[in-house]
Design a protein around this ligand. Structure first.
Ligand code: PDD
Length: 286
């Protein structure tokens, strides 16, 4: 049984409890982070900690822990649960006032709730799916306008995954005003004539921590990166497509809405970026 962390305590997962009045539960008033663990070390902890602060600030929510405390909690959970490869899920909500009310509670009276748990995924970096790539479908992006805040409002992304599943695909790319925003839980890219194309950062998409690292490594490897919008049609006519996230790293996309990308197998750029990303991230994991 897993040991999880709830508001200062390490507990067996079946003893960890959060109030029914918690605003995360009632209002989706909470933010989260997913950090991967490889070889027992945290990948890009700093990036996730910085984005967490940004999400909390944007929602006027106080951080229940300092960055150093957060690192210590992450490490303790990795040790207690003997995680070699996997993920750590972190969620902070605006806490549990004693009733339901739309107005935010006074933070002095209602401390935020913090929960962390591990997900054991042996061989996470050797996922065989990366060798053959994934299929995606396109769906309308009907999410709210602050997608740069990593909130726990994941109903539409969950529905998107179900739509993909029903269509025999693995994931969905969301489209707004004719342009791809991002995947349900990842950032989206295409490659044309060796150039890596991905939507620029704005409130329309989550500022992926993996995205930042992959684009940095790509530039350091003399690859050309173009941050701009692209359509599903341009993606279908591209040489390659791929996604990035903390849990999939770099994952080739080989089909969009039933149209094969290139030859319908992973090309050269995405697998190379995956290799570089894993190698470089492992070097600086903590
Ligand atoms: N999802 N876009 C969305 C909508 C996401 O939910 C995520 C991450 C990303 C990629 O961000 P990062 O590289 O920092 O993981 C982009 C996580 C993995 C999840 O919800 O499980």
């Amino acid at each position: 049984m897993r040991t999880v962390y709830v508001n200062g305590e390490y507990l067996p997962e079946n003893e960890a409890k959060v109030s029914i009045f918690d605003r995360g539960f009632l209002m989706a008033d909470g933010v989260y982070e997913v950090t991967s663990v490889l070889d027992g070390k945290l990948i890009d902890f700093d990036g996730h900690a910085v984005r967490l602060s940004r999400s909390l600030d944007a929602l006027d929510m106080a951080s229940p822990v300092t960055k150093d405390e957060l690192l210590a909690i992450n490490r303790e959970l990795v040790t207690l649960n003997d995680i070699t490869d996997g993920m750590i899920y972190l969620q902070v909500t605006r806490g549990a006032p004693n009733d339901r009310d739309f107005a935010f509670p006074d933070p002095d009276e209602t401390p935020s709730t913090i929960v962390l748990f591990t997900q054991d995924k042996p061989g996470l970096a050797d996922n065989p799916v990366a060798l053959k790539g994934i299929k995606v479908i396109s769906i309308d992006d009907i999410r709210w306008g602050r997608r740069d805040i990593k909130t726990v409002q994941l109903l539409y992304p969950s529905m998107g995954k179900m739509m993909a599943k029903a269509a025999g695909a693995d994931d969905a790319w969301m489209v707004e005003d004719g342009f791809v925003t991002e995947g349900t839980s990842n950032n989206a890219y295409i490659v044309k004539n060796g150039k890596i194309i991905t939507r620029e950062l704005s409130t329309d998409i989550l500022h992926g921590i993996t995205r930042a690292a992959v684009l940095r490594f790509a530039k350091e490897s003399q690859m050309v990166v173009e941050e701009r919008n692209f359509t599903i049609q341009e993606a279908q006519e591209a040489d390659e497509a791929f996604i990035t996230s903390a849990s999939t790293f770099v994952m080739p996309v080989v089909e969009i809405d039933g149209e094969k990308i290139g030859k319908g197998t992973p090309g050269r750029v995405a697998p190379r970026l995956r290799e570089i990303y894993l190698e470089e991230s492992r070097k600086v994991a903590i």
